[in-house]
Write a new protein. Sequence first.
Length: 207
Amino acid sequence: MMAQTDTAGGMASSTRSGAGVGVWIFRVLLVAGAAFMVYTWFQPWWSADIAVIKGENDMVLRPWGVEAVSQVRNNTDTAQFDMPGFFAPLMWVYLGVCMLALAASLFINRRFKIGPISLPIAVILIALVGLSYMSALGIAYGLGTLRSGWAGANFIGKSQILQPETGTKIKMVSDLQIGFWLSLGAGGFLTFLALVRGLFVRKPKQA
């Protein structure tokens, strides 16, 4: 009887140890995903090179808006690509909220219940961050395409832009940058982690 008790206790201890290892592995993966998201945040998503301006990347799209060299700002209608003044601060707040949500998901064990459906709050937080980041990329692409069309240019590829002051056409080449695809990967990775969290963090069994 004593041997059976010891065996059962050892198995329970082993199970708890394995569960603890899984939790820490997931935490490391989640922290890596958060760090990857922050890294991609500072990478350009899109850029445009205007032939008459020296250098490359005369216009660069980042999560908080479009950065343009002085020649572009002084000779074009900036309303065609500038976002409202509140947009940049809003996007930085968004990043901060995402990081707080991911940090909170490391320690929250409560579940959210709607009728028969019960999901860990941590899974919901991680999924919302991943999906919202990918959605931001889609919205940026859509707005870029729309605004480029208003300006008579292509968001992706070669364009001939009419300069109002002189009436001449200027060549421009624009394309998505590696940061766009890395950001898409970061959002996808976080969404994937939300889906597989249950494999690492097991629901504690009722005694």
